[in-house]
Design a protein around this ligand. Structure first.
Ligand code: AMP
Ligand code: MG
Length: 347
């Protein structure tokens, strides 16, 4: 049997600082606040929920998030996404509806970003030393030839989702067309899985809640006193400082940053978001924060915009309903989409 790989915990927690009082609390079944943090999705996931039955609802939400993560996690050899990777170029594998939904959503952001967002980025991540617990690369930077070879294996359009048959019923299957291709869900799984957690909380009658999964935060309703949730966006270079503070209701916010996973090589920062068009780590951005109606949208878009840069990124945001963005370029310049809720920079 294959052994389970070690969970990777990059320094993702606290990309976004919650300014709400954070008491580790588990109030019984009647009303009260439940505030619980568990390791999941290669980070720590915090759920805060208010209302009758909150404790049960939070347990159910964590269970659902764990279940869907087990389908998608490309670091878990037993996941459905790992099965697609293992059988790349060989055969299709049967997928659960959740995996199909997550991958189709990711394909959509591949399309609307013109390929800047590409969930088959795996071979390039490996080449640049990001497919492991501590990022870094032995020896020299990869050469043009190696980059070109890895780029040949990166193309989200080569994921074929089809209808197949299993024991007389119709099922959906997924297949990567070339051997060596590799899906990496890092750019969208936190958002997708957090949405599922929020849906479960709502099914349990919880309408005031927050789910924070690394760089993605989903909020439902308000805090119990009716105040909006307050979320601080950390400055990408000054650890202790905040870029801005948001007051949000019923929305999600995701941040992608070059400070989450990176290494330095000959004085240059090599960060974990790779431009599939050049095959190289993106160097022209420090951070991108996106507000959107759902986690699966904000998470995919924060990564997509990081690759696109300020001009193309903000032009894309303009075409999308209910989406706003704040972008910090490599020189520390701050750019906002037209409807960004507040243009106050706090540091
Ligand atoms: P996020 O923090 O949501 O921006 O996700 C970053 C992660 O997405 C990286 O650590 C990689 O696993 C993956 N990734 C890197 N570059 C890309 C890309 N161009 N498109 C999609 N996923 C990417
Ligand atoms: Mg993302």
């Amino acid at each position: 049997m294959m052994s389970r790989p070690k969970i990777i915990y990059p320094a993702l927690f606290c990309i976004v600082i919650l300014l709400t009082a954070s008491r580790p609390l588990r109030a019984g079944g009647t009303d009260g606040l439940v505030d619980e943090t568990r390791p999941l999705l290669h980070t720590f996931v915090q759920i805060k929920a208010y209302g009758t039955g909150a404790a049960k609802a939070v347990d159910a939400a964590f269970a659902e998030m764990g279940r869907v993560n087990d389908l998608l996690n490309n670091y878990d050899p037993n996941s459905e996404v790992s099965a697609i990777n293992t059988f790349a170029g060989i055969k299709p594998v049967v997928l659960s509806p959740e995996t199909v939904e997550a991958l189709e959503n990711a394909k959509r952001y591949g399309d609307i970003s013109g390929g800047a967002f590409d969930f088959t980025i795996g071979p390039l991540l490996k080449l640049w030393g990001f497919a492991k617990e501590i990022p870094g690369r032995r020896g020299n930077e990869p050469g043009e030839k190696e980059i070109r070879a890895a780029k040949e294996l990166v193309d989200y359009r080569a994921l074929e989702i089809s209808v197949g048959q299993k024991k007389g019923s119709s099922v959906k299957t997924g297949r990567l067309l070339k051997k060596g291709m590799r899906i990496d869900v890092g750019a969208f799984s936190k958002g997708f899985v957090s949405d599922r957690g929020m849906q479960v909380l709502k099914k349990h009658g919880i309408h005031n809640a927050l789910i924070a999964a690394g760089g993605t935060i989903c909020v439902a309703g308000t805090k119990p006193e009716g105040e909006p949730w307050q979320i601080g966006i950390r400055h990408p270079r000054k650890n202790e400082d905040m870029l801005t503070m948001l007051k949000l209701k019923d929305t999600t916010v995701s941040t992608s940053g070059d400070y989450e996973r990176f290494y330095n090589k000959k004085g240059k920062r090599r960060s974990h978001i790779i431009d599939p068009r050049t095959g190289r780590p993106v160097a022209r951005m420090q951070a991108v924060t996106v507000i959107a109606p759902e986690g699966k949208v904000s998470d995919a878009l924060s990564t997509a915009l990081f690759v696109l840069g300020t001009e193309d990124g903000l032009a894309l945001v303009d075409t999308l309903e209910g989406v706003e963005a704040l972008m910090v370029d490599d020189k520390g310049g701050i750019f906002y989409s037209r409807g960004w809720p507040q243009k106050v920079v706090i540091y």
